[in-house]
Ligand binder design. Structure first.
Ligand SMILES: [Cu+2]
Length: 149
């Protein structure tokens, strides 16, 4: 950025320019604050509820073995009613990075989580009723099964 050549008129515009700079800085800080708040919300949210202390946690491994489904165990048994954790370890790439659990969202709706290959992350879910629930990769290509009782 090149500075304009100073001349007499600049003296008159110096003060308003300073005010404008302060206003621009304040605006930038406000925008940053909003971005941080939104970022924190997106990180905490994204359809992911917090797991209560003492909640049971169940393991799911994705893509290490194929038994008609890349999800292991092929059928996971969880209790119906309480919030439980699903601890996913992912070896699937592509659309398998994201796993969607329709109807198992803690507040209703779907629960979903993205787990990078080789990583392990825990998602809180809740089966509202006893029964069989299926879960899937983002492209609905792979199916896993959860039986809640
Ligand atoms: Cu897929």
């Amino acid at each position: 950025m090149s500075q304009p050549t100073p001349h007499a008129d600049d003296r008159l515009s110096r003060k308003p320019l300073g005010v404008r700079r302060v206003a621009a800085l304040a605006l930038a800080l406000a925008a940053l604050a909003v971005a941080v708040v939104l970022g924190v919300r997106a990180h905490a949210g994204g359809g992911q509820a917090a797991l209560p202390k003492g909640a049971a946690v169940f393991e799911i491994v994705e893509g290490k073995t194929f038994t008609g489904t890349p999800y292991s165990p092929a059928t996971l048994h969880i209790p119906a009613g309480p919030i439980v954790g699903l601890r996913l370890t992912d070896y699937l790439g592509g659309c398998g990075l994201r796993t969607v659990f329709p109807g198992l969202g803690v507040g209703g709706g779907d629960a979903a989580i993205t787990v990078p290959v080789g990583d392990t992350r825990t998602l809180a879910v809740r089966a509202p009723h006893p029964g069989t629930y299926t879960y899937e990769c983002e492209a609905h290509m792979y199916l896993g099964r959860i039986v809640a009782s």
